[in-house]
Design a protein. Structure first.
Length: 479
């Protein structure tokens, strides 16, 4: 990591003729790219490190092309010689999803969705002009093969895990018919591919776009479907309908002739379905195969999103076997399979979560049940070995960032969640009243404290269960 930071500092100096105050690694997302925030007296910047040079070149090219058209993307400020590091404008930390979570579904957030769709229309149509799609990463166009790929992604990583009987050849025939229908769209321009509220940054009430390196030529409807039907956003049907009309008004201003709204909406519904299925495939892969707790917990919400669509929308083409299977997949029985038992005010279960120091010994179970889980965190790199964190604890953001970004703590906790979830669900169903979960490390100050806090947060979010967190060695923390 230090070699990368040194390279970032060297590149920064080459275009600013000064050295940054500090460079901090940001939390890594699902990709192999790593991001760093560069701090100076006057400003901040974002540096990206990526060994996938083709991906970096695509992002840099798209950014510079869109920037030359005055579109809302970060400016590329410097690129190193081998194109493994580039520095870009820092647009801030507040995404559209953050704003939605902060303000709820009110007039202010609705206006941000309108701005996002207005700018989307511009980047799709104006950004398409003169764009070299030879830079696209996976394919130049989101055509029949790409649509089939998304459908098969859903089939292999979600549908087939349910082990439901269905006519596989009839299903493939329906996939073929649907993908052919959707490729016959009249309006193909730049397609963002992952246009959702996390990739829209809000700065001073204006919107900017990031993470468009997966873009290609494709139907206008796909990106709108991605934004309005994002399960996490939980937009009402009224918002979805009115925002779609707003978007069609915006593209009519940019196209040579207005779109046929009946045809456009029918194909839009088809792309909504494709996007919902692609998301289900991703959740299935990340959750059911890789066993990542966040994605597993997202499956019920995504299924309910798909259920509402299946019950209320039509896509303008008959796919009998596919329709039959979708009705089964979105039935209450299947959704319930992924929906964890939720505690309520009368639920007796209390989960007591402790951090402790192995030097002092693990906590006694005063309930008389003989204790519960004990997890040893000493296999995780200890932040307490570094002067910058020695007098902090696992409750401090700097320590949390260190553990999440520079250790395998996230992998460790995913395994913890897999184990403890089984017991919590069983205890909830059987009416038990006590479960103890202990995390130990050398000093009971950093790793075990972070693990205890995160486990409590996970259990409260997933099961709404009562938790009591105690840091048993807090009186002895280094201060």
């Amino acid at each position: 990591m230090q070699d990368v930071v040194d390279e970032i500092k060297k590149l920064f100096h080459s275009f600013k003729n000064t050295m940054p105050q500090r460079v901090e690694k940001l939390q890594q997302s699902g990709s192999d790219r790593t991001y760093y925030r560069i701090y100076t007296d006057e400003n901040t910047y974002i540096a990206a490190h990526n060994l996938n040079i083709r991906e970096s070149d695509t992002f840099i090219y798209f950014s510079r092309h869109f920037g030359s058209h005055g579109l809302p993307v970060p400016a590329i400020l410097a690129v190193n010689n081998d194109h493994t590091i580039y520095i870009q404008e820092d647009l801030g930390t507040q995404s559209l999803l953050n704003k939605l979570e902060e303000h709820g579904h009110n007039d202010y957030t609705y206006s941000l969705f309108e701005k996002s769709l207005q700018k989307l229309a511009l980047i799709q149509i104006k950004g398409h002009q003169g764009l070299d799609y030879g830079y696209s990463l996976t394919a130049k166009e989101f055509g029949k093969q790409a649509i089939m790929s998304d459908l098969l992604y859903f089939k292999y990583y979600f549908l087939d895990t349910l082990k439901l009987p269905y006519d596989k050849q009839a299903m493939l025939d329906d996939f073929e018919a649907l993908s052919t229908y959707l490729t016959r769209t009249e309006h193909k321009y730049f397609m963002f591919r992952d246009f959702q509220s996390r990739n829209i940054i809000v700065r001073e009430d204006e919107v900017y776009f990031i993470d468009y390196q997966g873009g290609m030529l494709g139907a206008l409807q796909y990106d709108v479907a991605s934004l309005l039907w994002q399960a996490k956003a939980e937009l009402t049907d009224g918002w979805k309908n009115s925002l779609l009309v707003f978007y069609m008004d915006e593209i009519d201003k940019l196209l040579e002739k207005p779109v046929d709204r009946n045809i456009f909406t029918s194909q839009y519904n088809g792309y909504v379905l494709i996007r919902l299925l692609q998301v289900m495939g991703a959740y299935g892969f990340r959750g059911l195969f890789e066993r990542k707790a966040h994605f597993l917990s997202s499956i019920p919400l995504a299924l309910k999103n798909l259920q509402w669509f299946v019950q209320n929308k039509r896509i303008g083409i008959v796919t009998p076997e596919f329709d039959r299977v979708l009705r089964i997949v979105t039935g209450d029985e299947i959704i319930q399979r992924f929906q964890p038992t939720i505690a309520n005010a009368e639920t007796p279960l209390v989960v007591r979560i402790n951090s402790f120091s192995y030097k002092k010994g693990q906590p006694a179970d005063e309930s008389g049940n003989g204790g519960g889980f004990v997890f040893d965190c000493r296999g995780i790199l200890n932040p307490g070995r570094f002067d910058a964190y020695k007098k902090q604890s696992g409750k401090d953001k700097n320590v949390q960032d260190f553990l999440e970004q520079q250790t395998r703590m996230n992998d460790f906790l995913n395994s913890v969640f897999d184990l403890t979830d089984i017991t919590v669900e069983d205890y909830l169903q059987r009416g038990f009243d006590n479960l103890m979960i202990n995390f130990g490390c050398t000093g009971g100050q950093h790793r075990s404290v972070f693990a205890a806090e995160q486990t409590a947060r996970h259990l409260r979010n997933k099961y709404k269960v009562k938790t009591i967190v105690t840091h048993t060695n807090q009186d002895n923390w280094v201060r």
